[in-house]
Design a protein around this ligand. Structure first.
Ligand code: PLP
Length: 317
């Protein structure tokens, strides 16, 4: 039986007991940074594998640095807490781990300095986000991506997600599955929660990290797999909106979205309006790796449960 727990105020507690006060600074001003980490259920092994756990905590540290936050845990401690927490929750399905480092002082006054920081982590079941088989129909948003000179998108700041929420809901209300945001200069930035790639003449193209994108871990994963497994190079350069219309293929990457084909942009089919061949190959590689089924990339997967067959029953790793 699943038992939802959280790591809150330096201890493991039942999820229902992890509660913040209404005056918490992060709640009032969005002064928090977070991560989204997938735990992928492997049915055959009775195992949950956390995907690229150290990379997520590295990014959390970078986000903390930008928001002048202290994260007084070593990499090993963060990994240990997360693995123990997932073990405690005991889900037997795909999960999402949400660490949040936040300004925890219960005090008024918008600023970053002179405040206490805390870390909380919770785990929740989480299935597919976009349709990875059929693909997503996307619309260019009227909302522009936040600029590094406003709120830096490379930091996964909670408050930034108002920008994403505006774009996502606008897309939904206009009948699309997902939004594509442009930068203030009119070039393509990213989706509301995904990086974006196009395929052109057998090469991948994606906006550079200076395009106000979150520097995605799935983005990096796909660049690596394309290069090392398929011999396909990725060019990081500005992308015009209309390049999306004429691309051979287009796809989005993200922890939630995995690798999702984009089959339509602004009511124009991308390629033949179906998942492209390179997108399909990348998906195939990626989904095997996620669930710990590719020994070459086992180092990207952190198991959370003791193997059921050895232990007799599941337990914390
Ligand atoms: C705005 C945004 N861009 C891109 C991504 C993809 O990043 P990652 O692949 O690390 O999940 C996310 C999701 O975390 C996101 O929220």
């Amino acid at each position: 039986m699943a038992a939802p727990h959280a790591y809150f105020q330096k201890q493991f507690v039942p999820l229902a007991e992890a509660r913040i006060g209404v005056m918490t600074h992060a709640f009032n001003y969005g002064t928090a940074v977070f991560e989204g980490i997938r735990g992928n259920w492997n049915e055959d092994e009775g195992q949950i594998y956390l995907f690229r756990l150290p990379e997520h905590f590295q990014r959390l540290r970078r986000s903390c640095r930008i928001l002048k936050m202290v994260l007084p845990y070593s990499d090993a401690e963060l990994a240990d807490i997360t693995v123990r927490l997932v073990g405690m929750c005991d889900y037997q399905e795909d999960v999402y781990v949400r660490p949040i480092a936040y300004k925890s002082s219960e005090v008024l006054g918008v600023r970053l300095h002179g405040l206490e920081d805390d870390l909380l982590i919770y785990v929740t079941p989480f299935g597919p986000y976009l349709d990875i088989e059929k693909g997503a129909r996307c619309g260019t948003s009227s909302w522009r991506r936040v600029e590094d000179t406003g709120i830096p998108a490379r930091a996964k700041v909670n408050g930034i997600y108002v920008n994403s929420a505006l774009a996502k809901t606008e897309a939904f209300e206009n009948g699309y599955d997902e939004a594509i945001m442009l930068n203030e200069d009119g070039h393509v930035s990213e989706g509301s929660g995904e990086n974006i790639f196009i395929v052109e003449n057998g090469r991948l193209i994606t906006p550079p990290v200076s395009s106000n994108v979150l520097v995605g871990i799935t983005r990096q994963t796909v660049i690596t797999l394309a290069r090392d497994e398929l011999g396909i190079e990725t060019i990081e350069r500005d992308i015009d909106r209309t390049e999306l219309y004429v691309a051979d293929e287009c796809f989005m990457t993200g922890t939630a979205a995995h690798v999702t084909p984009v089959i339509e942009v602004d009511h124009r089919p991308v390629g033949d309006g179906k998942r492209g061949a390179i997108t399909a190959e990348l998906q195939h590689l990626y989904f095997d790796i996620l669930r710990g089924k590719n020994a070459k990339y086992a180092h990207w997967c952190t198991p959370c449960y003791l193997p059921a067959r050895q232990a007799g029953s599941k337990a914390r790793a």
